[in-house]
Write a protein that binds this ligand. Structure first.
Ligand code: ATP
Length: 236
C-alpha cells in the first residue's frame, strides 16, 4: 500500500525555484532513500513534506489524504515525523525530558512508557545518560537522542534529514546501524542523505536528486550497480 505519494512537486524560496516536478512514493514498511549532493534540494524536499516549506506546485498525499495545505503540526499529528537535527534538541532539558517531549502528539501519549522502555533497550547509551542535560551530550549521542525522540512520536513514516552529517565515521556507522534496527521493526522510513553508498545498502529503493530534479530512481541494489552512480559517487 502506498502511504506517501508526491505528484509533480515544485518548491522554492521566493523567486528561487529549487525543486522541479518531483514524483515520489513510499509504500508501507519500505525504506526509501532520497540522495543528492550539497544544495541539490534534499532539505527543501523533506521540509515540503513536513509542511515547513509550501510547494509552489504539485501535491503531497499521505494515506490518500492531500496534506500539502496542512500546517506542520497537523502533519506531525498524522504520524509523519521528521527527526530533528541533533543540534535542535532542548539543551537545558535532560535526555529523558527530551524523549518525553517526543510523545506530545496525541496518538503517541498513551504509549509513552512503553516507547521509552523500547528506546532505552535499542539505544542503551540514552538510558545511561537519561538524567544528563542534552546540551552536554556528544554530537553522536545527540543524534541518537534526536532519533529516539522521533520514535517517541509513534511515527507512521520516520523521516531523516542527513542523519550522518558532521559526524565522525565510526558514529556514522552507528547511526546507520540504528536506522537498520528501526527498519527491522517495519517502520516506514524516508532517508534523505548525501552518503549514497551507505544509504542504498539499507534502503529498498532510492531516488537521486540532481539540481532539484529526480535524475534516476529504482531498486537500491540496481542503483548500487548502476554505472553512472558508481562513477559519480564511488569513483569507479
Ligand atoms: P545541503 O546538503 O547543503 O543541506 P540540500 O540538498 O539539503 O543541501 P537545500 O538545503 O534544499 O539543499 O537547498 C537547495 C537550494 O536552495 C540551495 O541553493 C540553497 O542555497 C537554497 N536555499 C535553501 N534554503 C533557502 C532559503 N531559506 N532561502 C533561499 N534559498 C534557500
Amino acid at each position: 500500500m502506498t502511504v506517501l505519494k508526491i505528484k509533480s512537486l515544485s518548491a522554492g524560496y521566493g523567486d528561487i525555484q529549487v525543486l522541479r516536478e518531483i514524483n515520489f512514493s513510499i509504500k508501507k514498511g519500505e525504506t526509501v532513500a532520497l540522495l543528492g549532493a550539497n544544495a541539490s534540494g534534499k532539505t527543501t524536499f523533506i521540509n515540503s513534506i513536513s509542511g515547513l516549506v509550501r510547494p509552489i506546485k504539485g501535491e503531497v498525499y499521505f494515506e490518500e489524504k492531500k496534506i500539502n495545505n496542512l500546517p506542520a503540526y497537523k502533519i506531525a499529528e498524522l504520524g509523519l515525523i521528521q527527526v530533528c537535527e541533533g543540534r535542535n534538541l532542548f539543551p537545558l532539558m535532560t535526555v529523558e525530558e527530551n524523549l518525553q517531549l517526543g510523545a506530545y502528539i496525541e496518538r503517541a501519549r498513551p504509549n509513552l512508557n512503553k516507547n521509552i522502555k523500547m528506546i532505552y533497550e535499542m539505544l542503551p547509551i540514552l538510558y545511561e545518560r537519561r538524567k544528563q542535560k542534552a546540551g552536554f551530550l556528544s554530537g553522536g549521542e545527540q543524534q541518537m537522542l534526536a532519533i529516539g525522540r522521533g520514535l517517541m512520536s509513534n511515527p507512521k513514516i520516520l523521516m531523516f534529514d542527513e542523519p550522518s552529517l558532521g559526524l565522525a565515521p565510526i558514529i556514522v556507522q552507528m547511526v546507520f546501524e540504528i536506522i537498520r534496527k528501526i527498519k527491522e521493526q517495519n517502520i516506514t522510513i524516508l532517508l534523505v542523505e548525501q552518503n549514497v553508498v551507505k544509504s542504498l545498502k539499507i534502503a529498498d529503493r532510492g531516488y537521486i536528486l540532481e539540481n532539484g530534479k529526480i535524475a534516476l530512481s529504482g531498486e537500491a541494489n540496481k542503483l548500487l550497480n548502476n554505472d553512472k552512480i558508481r562513477k559519480a559517487y564511488m569513483g569507479i
